[in-house]
Design a protein around this ligand. Structure first.
Ligand SMILES: [Zn+2]
Length: 202
């Protein structure tokens, strides 16, 4: 395969990326004032819809920062409040994992207002560790949400960002990515989870 990497640029390998992420994770764990542990399937909070946010207080803004820290500490690129046992319609996403500040996205009370196309890519979930499967999603989505001040905004995304937004918005409605698999694939995933639970690895 021809390579066009400039001599002064190191090719990015999965190993170097993992190392950068691990270093970021460790730095966050050290410095974050408050981290929330991520709960796992089948915790009931994951299986019910979150409550809409109605009060936009400084405490909410603080909580959102704690959500980002908790997400980085768990090495995730998205986290929904129900995953830390808070049944509210709040999700945070950062598909660059702390590398590009402009990628930090806060979705409060989000609603999908536009969608088109199809994609079929692999997903994982902090609440379903070790389970990875390809999921059918829209290729492009437009989402309307509120920020920490309660102001409405719209955000569009394709590829990974579209998948992340749809995955997190699902969490706010009590839906997990395994719920979007075929019956067979879902049963296999549930069997695998039961086995992990039995072995004390869940
Ligand atoms: Zn998830």
């Amino acid at each position: 395969m021809p390579t066009e990497i400039k001599p002064d640029v190191q090719p990015e390998t999965p190993q170097s990326r993992a190392a950068v992420r691990a270093a970021t994770r460790d730095a966050i764990i050290k410095s974050a004032p408050r981290l929330h542990p991520v709960i796992k399937y089948p915790h009931p909070t994951l299986l019910r819809p979150g409550e809409p946010v109605t009060e936009f207080t400084p405490e909410l803004a603080q909580f959102v920062e704690e959500m980002f820290d908790s997400m980085y500490a768990a090495e995730g690129i998205g986290l929904a409040a129900p995953q830390i046992d808070v049944s509210k319609q709040i999700a945070v996403i950062d598909i660059s994992f702390h590398e590009q500040p402009e990628d930090k996205l806060i979705l409060i009370n989000p609603v999908v207002i536009g969608r088109s196309g199809k994609q079929f890519e692999e997903e994982g979930c902090l609440s379903l560790p070790e389970i990875r499967e390809k999921v059918h999603r829209d290729a492009w989505v437009k989402v309307r949400a509120q920020n920490v001040k309660g102001e409405f905004f719209e955000v569009e995304g394709t590829e990974l960002l579209a998948r992340a937004m749809l995955h997190e918005i699902d969490h706010l409605h009590g839906i997990l990515f395994i719920d979007r698999l075929s019956r067979l694939k879902r049963d296999l995933a549930l069997r695998r989870i039961r086995k992990l639970q039995k072995n004390g690895d869940w």
